[in-house]
Design a protein around this ligand. Structure first.
Ligand code: GLU
Length: 396
């Protein structure tokens, strides 16, 4: 059985999900942004997407862009043969092309967004930036700060320093990791196909379009199988891998046709697409992940007042902690114990163990004086904390 709800018409599921999202990641591929015949930015396409971004922000939604195009733009500029689809460049040539093209790409985004009075901020990420907890927390905090200050982060892979083995290699998965990292509600993949089909629509006349996917079953994964991979430039396989990463993080995903003048607007007004619906909210997914089977690297004991505050959904402040043990770094999972030593929950530490021991028992306002830098006010932020249900063993 294929677990899908094939909506016969208007693709309003995606439109409604997008309209209610707080934070949206939009991924644009090279084939959409770079004019293959000239090797330059397709300015009209970029302008249309920038207008879409301005429209979403006017509605109060936060937008992060994941944009490809660096290699395609830079290869031409460096006189390396091949355009968007050229896979024959050596790794170092691709990296040199990316270094050249990223400047052009960032500039193009800056100009396109500036027309709407929106600032652009370049972020280049490597896989370990999204997978190592400490780097993850830093990148997450930087992007959150940019969003709060009204800028649009424009993200790409840090192609120049990545080696073949540790590259994301495709921006579909990078975009999904970014969406997970910043707890986005929706990831929109602007593509050259308008969604997922049961087969390759360019080869199989009877391939049917799927309006909504709620579970990535084996049947669904097979639809993107190698035989059908050619029908999208990034490949449908990587798009479904992206869907898995996003959905696991509580983020929905939409694949839609990015070749419209205003692709997001067209999506909101009923354009054909495939919606991958997430089962949980991003916060629930994050908390489920924290509550999962990871082994804590240390523990923090809190006083009676703090334990009560934590049960009410508050963050753990340094003033509420009494002692710490283990060997943990910033971003590591640690156990939280009540005054009697019972584990009452798990959370991600905002400080290393060494720094935690210095600030424990102090007011948040004293952190800078004690550590010499201005860190977070909390030892564990409420969003990074899962407190167990109160039971007999933890009653004090
Ligand atoms: N990061 C690469 C670039 O900017 C593109 C990777 C992709 O398109 O998936 O050229």
């Amino acid at each position: 059985m294929v677990a899908i709800t094939d909506m016969t018409s208007p693709y309003n599921g995606a439109a409604a999900a997008l309209a209610s999202a707080n934070t949206i990641v939009i991924k644009i591929g090279s084939s959409l942004l770079v004019d293959e015949s000239t090797g330059t930015v397709n300015a009209d396409r970029l302008a249309g997407i920038a207008s879409d971004i301005a429209m979403l922000r006017d509605k109060g939604q936060n937008v992060v862009v994941v944009s490809s195009g660096a290699i395609a733009l830079g290869s031409r500029a460096l006189g390396l043969t091949g355009g968007v689809a050229d896979r024959r460049l050596a790794l170092e040539e691709k990296q040199a092309a990316a270094a050249t093209g990223q400047v052009v790409l960032a500039h193009a985004w800056r100009e396109a967004l500036a027309r709407h009075d929106i600032g652009a901020a370049q972020i280049l990420l490597s896989p370990e930036d999204t997978e190592t907890r400490r780097r993850h927390l830093n990148a997450r905090a930087t992007m959150t700060t940019l969003i709060e200050r009204g800028a649009v982060p424009v993200v790409n892979e840090n192609d120049t320093v990545a080696t073949a083995e540790i590259r994301f290699g495709d921006n579909d998965r990078l975009a999904a990791r970014v969406a997970a990292m910043i707890s986005a509600d929706m990831l929109v993949l602007l593509s050259d196909v308008d969604g997922l089909y049961t087969g390759n629509p360019r080869k199989e006349g009877d391939a049917t379009h799927l309006g909504e996917v709620t579970k990535l079953t084996d049947d669904i994964m097979r639809m993107a199988g190698p035989a059908n991979a050619a029908y999208a430039s990034g490949g449908m396989v990587t798009k479904l891998e992206a869907a898995r990463i996003a959905m696991d993080a509580g983020c929905g995903m939409i694949i839609c046709d990015g070749r419209h003048d205003r692709p997001v607007k067209s999506l909101l007004t009923g354009g054909q697409n495939t919606l991958f619906r997430a089962e949980h909210s991003p916060l629930t997914a994050r908390k489920r992940w924290i509550a999962g089977a990871l082994t804590p690297k240390g523990s923090l004991r809190v006083d009676v007042g703090a334990a009560i505050a934590l049960r009410q959904g508050r963050s753990l402040l340094p003033a509420g902690a009494v002692s710490g043990s283990g060997n943990f770094d910033r971003g590591d999972l640690i156990a939280v114990e009540d005054a009697n030593g019972h584990v009452i929950g798990h959370g991600l530490s905002a400080y290393s163990q060494a720094d935690t021991l210095i600030i424990i028992g102090h007011k948040s306002g004293e952190i800078e004086g004690l550590l010499g830098y201005r860190g977070r006010a909390e030892l564990i932020h409420a969003d990074d904390l899962v407190i167990r249900e109160h039971d007999a063993t933890t009653k004090s």
